[in-house]
Ligand binder design. Structure first.
Ligand code: NDP
Length: 348
């Protein structure tokens, strides 16, 4: 008999106030289900919003032992530890990710039908950290670089939140595909080391949000682009600097918003729409996954794990969170505060 330990919530609010450490018996195996053990799960900004009740995807509160609650977290990697006798598509030892958002990954174990999980492609040189953080950020970067406009070798992409986990993946995938990037980050005292870190990942240029609007930067960028300004802009942040970034797109450019870290609206000058014919889109990985089948998702995993295996897409910057109530509560509160030391990851 396995006892599950999990970080759960049964009402919405400040994470440290509503999250609870909970133990309950794992649902026994049936002929058609599997048992998995979680190896690593990150704390992503959306997970924090979800606990706050400020995210459109709200997992149902379900009966977990003596409590009705939802398990926190959406992403992670788990290992299959038992399979029912009718199960053919998964075997003990397989490493799996969640088939859908909202599954609840801050727990030691889970039981469910095979459709709850998706097996990862084989890999030779991809770490548990990379697997645990594969499905949200690298997949988002991959889709945004692929799906909005055809790009050719040498083309520029411009993004803000350049140091976010998504941003780090954009830099590396773009580089692997022969694209150049301009990466906007917030200014800070240690800007030189951050700049170097992103250049080491393969960034072509790193620019601060403060530099972005300056006359100096405009003429500099004109030089970099040499008549071919970026046709794809990726917006993680919103607010004033996101508007400023849009000004650098070329005619008929595509501007994709996927995050709102600054919690300020994106203002759009009419001229961008009328004269430059720039298109503004939103992207949500959850929607993409709902609209595509497991085979499409697997193909993307193969491409990304291929890059990871050959060292072209590295682990995001990350820090370890202890698997304890106090550490988890603190980490989830901190999970959206900015100027962080990297993605927080727990090993349940
Ligand atoms: P990370 O925690 O890795 O990075 C957060 C980023 O946001 C950092 O670049 C950080 O920069 C920046 N940031 C934090 N606070 C602010 C602020 N007040 N103003 C401006 N920038 C700020 O996050 P992820 O890479 O996991 O996610 C980034 C964003 O993308 C989130 O909003 C997330 O919800 C969203 N996302 C959306 C997806 C989708 O499908 N639409 C999928 C994946 C992520 P700094 O160092 O300056 O604080």
């Amino acid at each position: 008999d396995i006892t599950v330990k999990a970080m759960v919530y049964s009402s919405y609010g400040k994470p440290s106030e509503v999250l609870k450490w909970h133990t309950y018996p794992l649902t026994p195996l049936t002929d058609d289900t599997v048992h998995v053990r979680f190896l690593a799960s990150p704390i992503n900004p959306a997970d924090v919003n979800q606990v706050q009740g400020a995210y459109p995807l709200k997992p149902a509160f379900e009966q977990l032992g003596d409590t009705k609650a939802a398990v926190g977290g959406n992403e992670g990697v788990a290992e299959v530890i038992a399979t029912g006798k009718n199960v053919n598509s998964l075997k003990v030892g397989d490493q799996v990710v969640m088939a859908r958002s909202g599954y609840g990954t801050w727990r030691t174990h889970a039981a469910g039908p095979v459709d709850d999980f998706q097996v990862l492609p084989p890999s030779t040189n991809t770490s548990v950290i990379q697997k645990a953080t594969l499905t949200v950020n690298p997949c988002t970067a991959y889709r945004m670089l692929k799906d909005f406009t055809p790009l050719k070798q040498g083309d520029y992409v411009i993004q803000n939140g350049g140091n976010s986990a998504v941003g780090q993946a954009v830099i590396q995938i773009a580089k692997a595909w022969g694209l150049k990037t301009v990466n906007v980050v917030r200014n800070r005292p240690e800007i030189d080391s951050l700049r170097q870190e992103l250049l080491d990942l393969g960034a072509t240029h790193v620019v601060t949000d403060e530099e972005l609007g300056s006359f100096d930067m405009r003429s500099k960028m004109k030089g970099w682009f040499d008549g071919k300004p970026p046709l794809l802009g990726l917006n993680c942040v919103g607010g004033k600097s996101a508007t400023e970034m849009a000004r650098y797109l070329g005619h008929n450019g595509q501007y994709v918003t996927y995050g709102a870290m600054a919690r300020a609206p994106l203002a759009l000058p009419a001229s961008m729409l009328i004269f430059k014919n720039i298109s503004f889109h939103g992207f949500w990985m959850t929607r993409w996954a709902d609209q595509h089948n497991a085979a499409d998702r697997y193909k993307m995993f193969e491409d990304l794990i291929g890059l990871m295996d050959k060292g072209a897409l590295s682990e995001p910057r990350w820090t370890k969170v202890d698997w304890s109530e106090g550490a988890m509560k603190h980490a989830v509160d901190a999970g959206i505060q900015g100027f962080a030391q990297g993605k927080q990851i727990v090993f349940p």
